[in-house]
Design a protein around this ligand. Structure first.
Ligand code: MIG
Length: 623
C-alpha cells in the first residue's frame, strides 16, 4: 500500500510462489515485485483513501468473520500447562483473585507422545471432566492440534490417512516423512477437498467434549532438522487432482490447513462460530482463523514491535491478531510484563503466552503491586468489551481492522505515514493508544491528530503545551507511570462500556455506560448479539445508531431505534457526557425534564440514567 499526499493505492500480487518485492534497494526510481513461477496476477486497488484500499482488499480476499465474544476476553496460555492439576490451579488462581479471564489453552504436552488428536492420560486422566468443570466456571478450553501426523501404524489418523492416500508425497510417490514433535511425521494434503473434509472429522471427539477452539501451529509447515525448517520444494501436492509441489503450495499450506479446520468445525457444529488460531497464512486466511505474531521475545524491543506487526497485518486484511503478551522466549521483568499486560487490553486478541522453561507468567506472579495493576487493566478490557465487540462487528463488514495504523484515519496528516507514528495507533474509530514501549527513556512524544482529544482515563480535554517550541508543535509529551497507559478519545465519539464481569458468559449487571465526548462527526453504533451463534445472520442482533450534536450551550445525544430481533442485556444506560463547562441548567430525556442527573465538577461531566427502549430516544443538556 502506498500513501502520498493523502491518496492511497494498493497492489496485491496474487501468486503463491516465493515472491520478492523490491522497495528501492537497488533503484529508488521504481518498486518491483515478481515470482519464479505461477501466473502474473496482480490487482491494483485505487483508494483514493487508505481505508478504502484496505476495505477493497478485504472485499477481494475475504473479511474476518465476527468472532465469538469469548475470544475478545483475556486468554491465558503457556507451553505447557503440564497436567490437569496445574490447569485447575491456574484457572482457579484467576477466579480466586477475581481477575477476569475467558480462555485457557493446552499446548502440545496434553497429548500422548505429541500426537495430534490424542490425550496423555497419565497427566490428563479426566480431560472431559476438566473441560466441563472449567466450562461451568466460565472458561473456554482451546487445544493445540498441529498438522503433523506421527508416521506410526496403529495411530488412527495415520492409518486412516495412509490407507486413503491423503498425505503429501515424495516425487517417487511414497509419503514424505519429516521429523516434528511426534517424531517422523506425515502431512495431510490440504489442497484436496476430500482431505480437508477428513481432517475436519478428526475434531469430532474434542468438539463433543466441549472444547471451544483449536490452535493450528507449525503449519508453514515446520519440519525439524532442515536448514530451511520446512518441506523440500519437490514434495508433491495434488490440488483437486492437479499435481504440483511445494514451490507453489508452501505459502498456502497454512491457509488450507485452517480452511480444513474451520469447515470441519462448522460441519460438526453448524451454529457455533469456530475459533481457530493459525501461525501461517496467505491472503484470505482471515476468513478461517485468527493469527498471532509468532515467537517473540520477552524484551522491550519486541513489545515495541507488537505495534507495527499487528497494524501491518491489519492493512494486509488480517484484523484478528494477537502477540504473545509478556514475550514468548525468555522471561520478562515484572515491569515489562505489567506494561505488556496494559498494552494487551488494547490489542485485538489479549493472550498471554510463554515458552517452555521460562518463568511463570500469570498476572499474580510478581507480588501484590504488579498484580493489582495487571488486574486493573484486564478489568478495563472487560469493561470496554461493548466497544471492542461493536468495533469487531464493524470490521467483519468493512474489513477495516480494529487496531490500525494512524494513516487510515488521518491520511491528510503527512506525519502519520512516517516512522514517527509507529509508536501509536487507533483502536477502533475513536481511541488512540500510545503505550510506553522503550525502557530507558524519560518519556516520549505522541503525534496529536487534528481536533480535540480527551484523556480516556480522566475524561479531561487534552491541553497541548509548549506549542511555541517548533519541536513540540502538534505533539504531546508522555511519561506514563507503571500503572498507566496513555489512551485518548476523539472529540465526537460515544464509547460504550459495561459493568465488570469475570468472564463473557456472565451477564453484566447494571446499565450500559455511554461515555459521550461531544465534538464533530459524532456518529457511532452499539452492537450486541448472543456472542456465539450465527443467529445474527438470521436477524438476531441489536444495533442502534448513537449520535451527538453540540451547539452553543447545549448538547444533544440521540439513540436511534434499535435494528434487529435481539434484545440486548442492558435495561438502561448510564450516559456520561464529558466536557461540561458547568452544572447544567436542565437535562431532558425523551423531551421530559429530569432531575436525576449528576454533575461532577472534578471530571467536568454530567451523568444521567436513560431507560432502554426500542424506540428512538434523546437526551438534551442545557448549560
Ligand atoms: O516448536 O507448541 O509458535 O507458540 O508454544 C515450537 C509449542 C512449537 C511454536 C509456537 C508456540 C508454541 C510452541 N510451538
Amino acid at each position: 500500500m502506498g500513501v502520498r499526499q493523502g491518496n492511497a493505492y494498493g497492489i496485491f500480487f496474487d501468486n503463491t510462489f516465493r515472491s520478492n518485492f523490491q522497495f528501492g534497494k537497488f533503484n529508488d526510481g521504481f518498486y518491483s515485485f515478481g515470482a519464479p513461477g505461477g501466473e502474473l496476477n496482480y490487482y491494483f486497488i485505487n483508494g483514493p483513501r487508505p481505508k478504502r484500499v484496505v476495505g477493497t482488499f478485504a472485499a477481494l480476499t475475504g473479511r474476518t468473520p465476527l468472532p465469538p465474544l469469548f475470544t475478545l476476553g483475556y486468554q491465558q496460555c503457556r507451553w505447557s500447562y503440564m497436567s490437569e492439576a496445574r490447569v485447575r490451579e491456574v484457572t482457579s488462581g484467576f477466579r480466586k483473585r477475581s481477575i477476569p479471564a475467558d480462555v485457557i489453552y493446552l499446548d502440545i504436552d496434553y497429548q500422548d507422545r505429541n500426537r495430534p488428536f490424542t490425550v496423555n492420560r497419565q497427566t490428563f486422566p479426566t480431560l472431559e471432566q476438566m473441560v466441563k468443570d472449567l466450562g461451568q466456571e466460565g472458561w473456554k478450553t482451546v487445544l493445540i492440534t498441529d498438522l503433523h501426523i506421527a508416521a506410526v501404524p496403529g495411530y488412527k489418523p495415520f492409518d486412516e490417512g495412509n490407507k486413503a492416500g491423503y498425505f503429501v508425497k515424495n516425487p517417487d510417490g511414497t509419503n514424505f516423512v519429516g521429523p516434528v514433535w511426534p517424531g517422523p511425521s506425515v502431512f495431510p494434503d490440504f489442497t484436496r477437498s476430500e482431505v480437508r473434509k477428513w481432517w475436519g472429522s478428526l475434531y469430532a471427539d474434542f468438539v463433543k467434549m466441549g472444547v471451544r477452539g483449536f490452535w493450528n501451529d507449525m503449519n508453514e509447515p515446520s519440519v525439524f532438522f532442515r536448514a530451511d525448517k520446512t518441506m523440500p520444494l519437490d514434495v508433491v501436492s495434488s490440488v483437486e487432482g492437479r499435481k504440483t509441489d511445494q514451490r507453489e503450495i508452501h505459502n498456502v499450506f497454512g491457509l488450507e490447513n485452517v480452511h480444513a479446520t474451520y469447515e470441519g468445525l462448522l460441519a460438526l457444529a453448524p451454529d457455533v462460530r469456530p475459533f481457530v488460531l493459525t501461525r501461517a497464512a496467505y491472503a484470505g486466511a482471515q476468513r478461517y482463523a485468527a493469527t498471532w505474531t509468532g515467537d517473540n521475545q520477552a524484551t522491550w524491543n519486541h513489545m515495541r514491535l507488537s505495534l507495527p506487526t499487528v497494524t501491518g497485518l491489519g492493512v494486509s486484511g488480517y484484523a484478528f491478531v494477537g502477540v504473545d503478551v509478556g514475550g514468548f522466549s525468555g522471561s520478562p521483568t515484572p515491569e515489562l510484563l505489567t506494561r505488556w499486560t496494559a498494552l494487551g487490553t488494547f490489542l485485538p486478541i489479549d493472550r498471554n503466552h510463554a515458552a517452555k522453561g521460562t518463568r511463570d507468567r500469570e498476572p499474580w506472579v510478581d507480588g501484590p503491586e504488579h498484580e493489582a495493576i495487571r488486574k486493573k487493566f484486564i478489568e478495563e478490557r472487560y469493561r470496554l468489551l461493548p466497544y471492542i465487540y461493536t468495533s469487531m462487528e464493524e470490521t467483519s463488514r468493512t474489513g477495516v481492522p480494529l487496531m490500525r495504523l494512524m494513516v487510515l484515519d488521518y491520511p491528510d496528516d503527512p506525519r502519520m505515514t512516517g516512522r514517527e507514528a509507529e509508536g501509536q495507533y487507533m483502536f477502533g474509530n475513536n481511541l488512540l493508544v500510545a503505550p510506553k514501549v522503550k525502557e530507558f527513556v524519560d518519556g516520549y512524544d505522541m503525534l496529536v491528530p487534528e481536533g480535540v482529544w480527551f484523556d480516556y482515563w480522566t475524561g479531561q480535554r487534552v491541553a497541548l503545551t509548549n506549542q511555541d517550541n517548533p519541536e513540540m508543535k502538534g505533539k504531546l509529551h508522555l511519561n506514563p507511570k507503571l500503572d498507566e497507559i496513555p489512551v485518548f478519545v476523539r472529540a465526537g465519539s460515544i464509547i460504550p462500556r459495561q459493568p465488570l464481569v469475570q468472564n463473557t458468559s456472565e451477564k453484566p449487571k447494571g446499565p450500559l455506560e455511554l461515555r459521550v465526548y461531544p465534538g464533530p462527526k459524532c456518529m457511532d453504533y452499539i452492537y450486541s448479539d448472543d456472542g456465539s451463534s450465527f443467529g445474527y445472520k438470521r436477524g438476531e442482533y441489536y444495533r442502534a445508531q448513537l449520535s451527538c450534536e453540540s451547539s452553543g450551550n447545549s448538547v444533544k445525544v440521540a439513540i436511534a431505534a434499535g435494528e434487529g430481533k435481539y434484545i440486548p442485556w442492558w435495561t438502561s444506560y448510564n450516559m456520561v457526557v464529558a466536557d461540561a463547562p458547568k452544572a447544567p441548567a436542565s437535562v431532558a430525556v425523551g423531551g421530559q425534564p429530569v432531575s436525576n442527573f449528576h454533575y461532577d465538577a472534578k471530571s467536568k461531566s454530567v451523568s444521567v440514567t436513560v431507560p432502554f427502549s426500542q424506540a428512538p430516544n434523546e437526551v438534551v443538556i442545557q448549560y
